[in-house]
Unconditional design. Structure first.
Length: 284
């Protein structure tokens, strides 16, 4: 367990009875309420000082309601300091009316995530409307979380390059094929992405890209070390990815695994990874 404060930069909270979430269908472990009480139970004993809520892919009709719901939850736990909400970035300039409504919900709305990982077009994020919608985020002072799979990294690099005024964070180290043991071209593309100044990397989601039943620290280590290495201690942030992480690991085991990997880091660098970089990026 790390001996420094933790800002969990990737927390999900949901109640399937409130908002329709089709992706939970058939996933018995996840298709149940996971709210603040459950998060407290799963993280008991860990020095979590703050958390960032990430949108949970409700049906788009519920997306503004989702942000409102989480803003209300934050009244019950002061550690919930930021909301990263859904927005229809592919709608280009038309997304402005949605963003106007979104930012009026709460000052806790700090960023947007429009997941593209399941889009069949690997270049989806480079469609003109999507690029324009993404550029709008800078006008609103909103960050952009990037949730992709590794074959979409090349397009993502170009998106980040085309939106220099937007601050990006790559979720789940770009979802490399850890279970298959593939490292290229993910490694080279991660280095290329890290060379751009307006993006940082979330150290999260690795266990669910590995063998859910039999993953080991040794299986994760080359991928985590590479992401940590190319982005460096100034541009990495810890994320728990709870409760999705439960598909492959208890929350504490993921924390302990990452903690063991960076055990030799100077305390100043460890504080950046576990808390300070997330606090700065999301303006907590």
């Amino acid at each position: 367990m790390p001996h420094v404060p933790i800002v969990d930069a990737h927390v999900h909270l949901w109640d399937p009875a409130r908002f329709r979430m089709p992706w939970l269908d058939g996933k018995s472990l996840l298709d149940r309420p996971y709210l603040l009480a459950e998060y407290r139970e799963h993280t008991a004993g860990l020095p979590i000082e703050a958390m960032v809520y990430l949108q949970v892919e409700v049906q788009p009709a519920y997306a503004l309601l989702e942000a409102q719901f989480v803003a209300e939850l934050a009244r019950h736990d002061e550690r919930l300091r930021a909301i990263v909400a859904w927005a229809p970035l592919e709608d280009g300039d038309c997304a402005r009316s949605y963003l106007d409504a979104l930012v009026r919900i709460s000052p806790l709305v700090k960023g947007v995530r429009r997941i593209v990982q399941d889009e069949p077009d690997v270049d989806f994020c480079l469609r003109p409307g999507f690029v324009r919608g993404t550029r709008l985020l800078a006008e609103y002072g909103l960050t952009c979380d990037l949730c992709i799979r590794h074959p979409q990294l090349a397009a993502t690099i170009e998106l980040v390059r085309q939106c220099p005024e937007v601050q990006f964070i790559l979720d789940h180290i770009g979802k490399p094929a850890i279970a298959a043991g593939l490292r290229e071209p993910w490694q080279a593309q991660m280095a290329e992405l890290a060379a751009l100044p307006n993006v940082i990397c979330k150290i999260s989601g690795a266990v669910t890209e590995a063998d859910h039943q039999g993953w080991t620290e040794a299986q994760l280590a080359p991928y985590l070390r590479h992401a940590l290495g190319v982005f460096g201690p100034e541009r990495v942030a810890f994320g728990g990815d709870w409760p999705v992480v439960l598909l492959a690991s208890e929350y504490r085991r993921w924390v302990d695994t990452l903690g063991a990997l960076v055990a030799g880091w100077p305390e100043a660098d460890a504080r950046k990874l576990w808390a300070e970089n997330a606090r700065r990026f999301y303006r907590l």
